[in-house]
Design a protein. Structure first.
Length: 683
């Protein structure tokens, strides 16, 4: 049976599930899908271990012990739905905005994420969730520069002569792009990895530039400086297809290599040589390309960093080639009819003039602890969590835990397992896995749409997310026709106008009709139709119309209380907090680790295998140290995201991260964090 990988990864693989006697025995990549090419990552190739996991939740559960204890009893669907509906009705009768959905990318499918769920919360008039936790800053950076989440097509990286892999461990988080990069390398292309951490990808590139966290915009501006002073520019492209070049040129001239080297913690030659490589590609008419990923935008100036990097291809006319340009996300390449999927017209009449309030998912720790007020609105009294594990993944998790532990907060969690968040639920409802339901998937790493068909019947009493919200609507007494639409029909609604649904049924995927070189002749999606170096939309908000380097909120100071910068990239065999409980994958990872440089370890008397205490003003976290060449001096890596309950002290690295937000998009600043590390006195 053909399906699609549901997880938060740009590859969005086409799956082929082998079923024998109603049991899925193997999940592999679809060899007929060009982007997947029959290859899956180690995580998803073990997907049957998730579906048939012995700890899978297969029946509705009601809490019987204290919040956080994980003590539940099995109840019937009818009892659970009736009780949940009654609680929601009681709260909504006073103010439905006291009810909050919390979800993200546990599944990226259009049906099992925000279709029936969005209809339910629109009909209810609940608070809206600002879904910022992964990509908000970078998305806004692209929108103000290119006009949307668009870029070059991933398959054409195979033809590039120079590829900058910027803020991405592609081997672990974008495997199928890495296949194209390797093909380009075999053809003679140069690969450069720009990342504070010497990742597995950096190991395989020709060069690794280990800049300090949060200094990416400074490096981009330094490259622009060298392009200007050496006249490695495509003047015709700048004249015809760009807006604000004169102003950006003056800004770039403020960033000579010496200044960049000091800010980024790299050498002057690294700046000059990288600029020369990029500029000479342009002068010689050879395609140069940048593959960004979202790690670089998880700092205070993340939106500006993406803006600055996204400007680089236009300076040298790289967009003229189908193998030139930049790609961070391709999700804006497909125009979905969100209104048909989510039905905002269902909002109650009381919200005709003003929509329900919006709460940022990245500040959920503060917001669950906030009392009601005229400014904030009603206190959050009910929380429905699906496709997310906020107790583990949200920043400053000490506050998140305190919020979820509120005895007066009514919490419902749709889940497969007893996650950290599920432990705090009043009700846990069993959700289907990807092998058990219908869905339609777009991608943010390629330009195909995929269909997921159920390969097996749902295990136990599990129901799809869309089915659960359909049943909740019935329990609320709503008889709107839109709540009768089944999951297969929702797939058709989601695909309508984008691709031929019959092609999805036949092949499992369909390619969008898009130009090979989208901006060869300009035609950007901005208001001006040009690559906007200067954004009048930003200026109208009182913000800088030009991209700039914005220093991190938290800068390590030698001799200060917190002299180390900390980033928390994902462990290779996990995806956010998903797959942590798959034993074969957890066995590969071993245990929660902190990577630390030899110099930083030696000055603290730390050796590999020592238990260390990492701390700052927000809290502390203990794990095992690994003295590693992957860490540059002054920067440590708290590999994540482990479930808190699997940590030494029932916490994880997000005990230390902050709820400060990015410059654009109001996203989280996970990698803008300073700490101190010391050898733990107790193992």
């Amino acid at each position: 049976m053909l399906g699609a990988c549901p997880h938060d990864c740009p590859d969005t693989c086409s799956l082929q599930t082998t079923v024998r006697n109603g049991i899925a025995i193997k999940v592999q990549g679809n060899p007929h899908h060009p982007q997947t090419n029959g290859v899956l990552c180690a995580k998803v190739s073990r997907y049957t271990e998730r579906t048939y996991h012995p700890e899978r939740i297969l029946h509705p559960l009601k809490r019987v012990g204290p919040k956080g204890s994980g003590q539940f009893e099995q109840v019937s669907w009818g009892s659970a739905l009736a009780d949940i509906a009654q609680c929601l009705k009681t709260i909504a009768a006073v103010d439905p905005q006291a009810i909050l959905p919390y979800s993200y990318a546990g599944t990226m499918g259009q049906v099992q994420s925000e279709s029936m769920a969005a209809r339910f919360f629109n009909k209810l008039g609940a608070s809206r969730l600002e879904r910022t936790i992964c990509a908000a800053a970078g998305g806004e950076g692209l929108r103000y520069t290119l006009g949307g989440k668009v870029g070059m097509r991933v398959e054409f990286f195979a033809e590039s002569r120079l590829i900058l892999i910027w803020g991405s461990n592609s081997i672990g988080s974008n495997l199928h792009f890495w296949r194209y990069a390797q093909e380009a390398k075999r053809r003679g292309a140069t690969l450069v990895c720009i990342d504070p951490r010497r990742s597995e990808t950096a190991d395989k590139c020709h060069q690794h530039i280990a800049l300090r966290p949060g200094t990416d915009a400074a490096l981009a501006l330094g490259l622009m400086h060298e392009l200007v002073v050496n006249d490695w520019l495509d003047h015709a492209y700048l004249r015809d297809h760009c807006l604000g070049w004169d102003a950006l040129r003056e800004r770039a001239l403020q960033w000579p290599p010496e200044r960049v080297a000091e800010v980024c913690g790299i050498s002057v030659d690294e700046v000059r040589n990288l600029a020369r490589a990029w500029g000479e590609c342009g002068k010689q008419g050879e395609p140069a390309a940048i593959r960004m990923n979202y790690g670089l935008q998880r700092v205070r100036g993340g939106g500006n960093a993406v803006r600055a990097i996204a400007c680089l291809p236009a300076l040298t006319g790289a967009w003229r080639h189908r193998a030139g340009g930049v790609l961070l996300s391709s999700s804006g390449s497909v125009a979905l009819d969100r209104a048909a999927i989510e039905r905002p017209d269902l909002l109650p009449a009381q919200f005709a003039k003003q929509a329900p309030r919006t709460i940022n998912m990245s500040t959920i720790g503060d917001d669950l602890l906030r009392p009601g007020s005229a400014e904030f609105g009603p206190q959050v009294q009910a929380l429905i969590v699906y496709n997310s594990n906020p107790v583990a993944v949200a920043p400053e998790s000490g506050k998140v835990v305190a919020g979820f532990a509120r005895p007066d907060l009514f919490t419902v969690v749709l889940e497969h397992f007893h996650t950290d968040t599920a432990d705090y639920a009043d009700y846990v409802l069993p959700a289907t896995t990807q092998l058990e339901h219908w869905d339609v998937h777009t991608s943010y790493g390629h330009t195909d749409m995929l269909l997921n068909r159920p390969a097996i019947a749902p295990l136990g009493e599990a129901r799809s997310n869309a089915g659960i919200f359909r049943d909740l609507a019935q329990a609320m007494g709503w008889d709107d026709a839109c709540f009768q639409e089944d999951d297969a029909s929702l797939c058709r609604t989601a695909a309508k106008g984008a691709v031929d649904f019959d092609a999805l049924l036949q092949h499992g995927f369909a390619s969008l009709s898009l130009p090979e070189a989208p901006f060869a002749e300009g035609g950007f999606l901005t208001p001006s139709g040009k690559c906007e170096f200067y954004s009048e939309r930003l200026a109208a908000q009182g913000l800088d119309g030009l991209p700039d380097h914005i220093p991190n909120y938290e800068l390590p100071q030698a001799g200060g209380a917190y002299p180390l910068a900390m980033i928390s990239p994902p462990a290779r065999n996990f995806l956010n907090s998903t797959f942590v409980n798959v034993k074969s994958l957890r066995d590969i990872e071993g245990q929660p680790l902190l990577e630390i440089s030899a110099a930083d370890a030696a000055s603290r008397g730390i050796t590999s295998g020592d238990v260390v205490r990492i701390f700052n003003d927000r809290g502390e976290y203990r794990c095992v140290a690994e003295v590693s060449p992957r860490a540059r001096t002054g920067v440590v890596h708290g590999l994540g995201i482990w479930w808190r309950k699997l940590g030494l002290d029932g916490s994880n690295v997000n005990q230390l991260t902050s709820q400060s937000l990015t410059d654009l998009g109001r996203g989280p600043t996970f990698y803008d964090c300073v700490v101190q590390v010391e050898k733990s006195l107790s193992a």
